[in-house]
Structure formats: C-alpha cells, structure tokens
Design a protein around this ligand. Sequence first.
Ligand code: PEP
Length: 258
Amino acid sequence: MRRPLLVANWKMHKDRGEARVYADALRDALTDPELGAGEIVIAPPFTALETLAAALVGSPIALGAQDVSPEAEGAHTGEVSAPMLADLGCKYCIVGHSERRGQHGETSAQVSAKAGALLKAGLRPILCVGETQAQRAAGKTAEIVAEQLQVSLPRIDPPAAGNLVVAYEPIWAIGTGVTATPEQAQEVHALLRKHLRTVFGAEAEKVRLQYGGSVGPGNIQALMSQPDIDGALIGNASLTPETFGQIIANSYLENTSP
Ligand code: PEP
C-alpha cells in the first residue's frame, strides 16, 4: 500500500511573512483524520525554507525544496546542496521540473545526478517527467516520458527505490487550467510503473507516482481513484491554504470511501 503524497509547489511565490501566515492557516484548515490519511509536503522557495520549518514544528506537514545541486559542496556559486537542505529539515526535493528543464536547459542526466545526491543525503527526490502538447499530438508521449525516466533515474539499487517519487507532469497541463483526464494520466502512470519494474523489479511497487498539471479541489478525487496515481504535485491551487486544504480533504475522502 503506497501512502498518498500531496505536494505544494509554491514556485517563486511568497516571502517569509506570507509563508508563516500560510502555515498557520493550513494547520487550522486541516482536521486530524485528513492529516493522518496521507503525506503532505510544502515546497517553498529556498528563502522561506527555514521560516516554514519553524512554522511547521509539531505539525505532520513536511518540508520540500524545489531544486538542488548535484554536488555536496564546493565552488558552485548560487547552488544549494542536498546536505544543506537536509540541515534545514527538508524531507523531499523536486528535480527536473519542466520549468527547470525548459528555462534552464536542465538535462535528464543532470536530473539523475541531483536525484542521486538527494538520496545520498537522506532526502526523497520527486523526479518530474512530461511531454509537450506537440509531442502528445504526434503520438510520442510514451516514448518521450519513458526516455526521460530512463535517463533521469538515479543509479541506485532496487531496495532504495521506495524513497523515490516520480511525478508525471504533462507540460500542456501545467498552469493552463487544462488537466489530463484521469484515464490519460493513468495510461502514462501505468507505463511509468512498467518501466520502473524493468529497472527495480518488485521494488517498483513502492515508488509513488504523482500526477501534476492544473490539479484542484474538483479533479483530485477522480485522479486519485486511478490505480497508479498515488498523489499530486500542485502549483497554482496550492498557493492559498484554503484551496490546498480542500484538495487534501477531497483526496482523503475518495481514498477512504468503501
Ligand atoms: C507544477 O508546476 O508542478 C504544477 C503542477 O503547476 P499547476 O498545478 O499550476 O498546473
């Protein structure tokens, strides 16, 4: 049984004061049973990590980062390492988001190195893959995401696979208000799972697969009811605690209904 995982990706939003207010509001909005159902993570900008860590003390909400250096330390101006993130209390870190691949030319080989650095420091990578609209229209979705996954996976032994999270984020669905249908998402998630089985064998069943792309309170239930969708990576709709709280509540209701 894979524990559902909902991650708020704040991207480049919120200063420290706003992060504090958000954390308080989210804690107020969530009831204990909702918090017990799955794992909830907030990934703020680097600048708000320490503030949010303090604001979340005593809460089951975990802390995540949005990127990391593949190096542990050294002359790498502007970079932040995995041990530094661990020191701040981060448990998760997003790698290979399409905005980093697209805006910063990040390659799958670099993503693999980053994911490996995170695992070495005891953090869980959330490794993103996804196709463009043109690639989908050309019937290339399966080929593209399989190739991205193959090269982006960290070089680890199967027993470590349970610490890995893979997020399928079709680029055409990110920030657009257009969501993949639950069936479209499940089709790709099943492919990802199949590929993971070839790499990790039975341990692939422990890898959590998230969907990301215009997730909101209205579509989370249907997405999470798919057999290979274990959670969601949420951008815009995670920016207000009320909406993120609603997404959490709705995902919980679906997953625990008889
Ligand atoms: C994202 O960028 O990871 C994302 C899923 O964004 P949104 O929810 O806004 O589509």
